[in-house]
Write a protein that binds this ligand. Structure first.
Ligand code: PEP
Length: 256
């Protein structure tokens, strides 16, 4: 059986309000025990440059988004070429808040667009965290609908041969659990992660499936992390709200 090094990410989203709060958040990341676990942090775009270079324990900065073409006339965008010049080599794409699943006006980011972002990031030597997951109405239809939804999000990545476990980490984040305080039960998380892994084995290959890291995301915290982390197919967490709190380091400790 392949050993998968667990990986925990902190997504600060559009926080904190003031850059004056960054030193405390950075100190919290630097206090994480990274001996048995990879750690990344996703600062808000305005704060990326203030965090990059300040991490002392092997944790890395992974911006919350990138574009798919590089530098040029793309107002408001962030290019991996710019990140690379700052020494950054990881990026998060596909978060449901970017896909528009919380009611942003169209055009939202489609999985096909996200695959082009991933390809462009790879071409620049980046590693990618790719977030997937179903909204509540899909979860209510049952596990088959959930898996079908996630598979649709993975298909463009498969078609463009992007599902390389050395370059991509999947973050399964059920939309109904993000920022809601409602965590998927360990049974729900395990069942979904195992189904995604089974799809990878069938469609891409057993080695890929065995080595692909699949994080869980959705109201993860220090209290629920140990039980979720004990699930054989859960390889760490993508943490939103709790990554702004001291307990983030306890979540890292729970998986290491
Ligand atoms: C996230 O934003 O990826 C997330 C999982 O948020 P939260 O932990 O706050 O639910």
């Amino acid at each position: 059986l392949a050993t998968r090094v667990p990986i925990v990410g902190g997504n600060w989203k559009c926080n904190p309000k003031s850059a004056a709060e960054l030193p405390e958040l950075i100190a919290n990341i630097n206090s994480c025990d990274t001996s048995g676990c990879e750690v990344y942090v996703c600062p808000s775009p305005l704060h990326v440059a203030l965090v990059q270079g300040k991490l002392t324990n092997g944790a890395v900065v992974a911006p919350q988004n990138c574009n798919f073409t590089g530098c040029g006339a793309y107002t408001g965008e962030m290019a991996v070429e710019q990140m690379k010049s700052m020494g950054i080599s990881w990026v998060l794409i596909g978060h449901s808040e970017r896909r528009g699943e919380f009611g942003l006006p169209t055009p939202a980011e489609s999985s096909a667009l996200l695959a082009t972002k991933c390809k462009h990031a790879y071409e620049n030597g980046f590693k990618v965290i790719y977030a997937i997951g179903e909204p509540l109405p899909v979860r209510e239809k049952g596990i088959s609908a959930v898996v079908a939804h996630c598979v649709e999000q993975l298909k463009p990545f498969k078609e463009m041969t992007l599902l390389d476990p050395d370059k991509i980490v999947l973050a399964y984040e059920p939309v109904w659990s993000i920022g809601t305080g409602i965590t998927a039960s360990p049974k729900q998380a395990q069942e979904t992660h195992a189904a995604i892994r089974a799809w990878l084995a069938k469609e891409v290959g057993k080695d890929t499936a065995d080595r692909m890291r699949i994080q869980y995301g959705g109201s993860a915290n220090a209290k629920n992390a140990p039980e979720l982390s004990a699930c054989p197919d859960v390889d760490g967490f993508l943490v939103g709200g709790a990554s702004l709190k001291a307990e983030f380091k306890d979540i890292v400790s729970a998986v290491a």
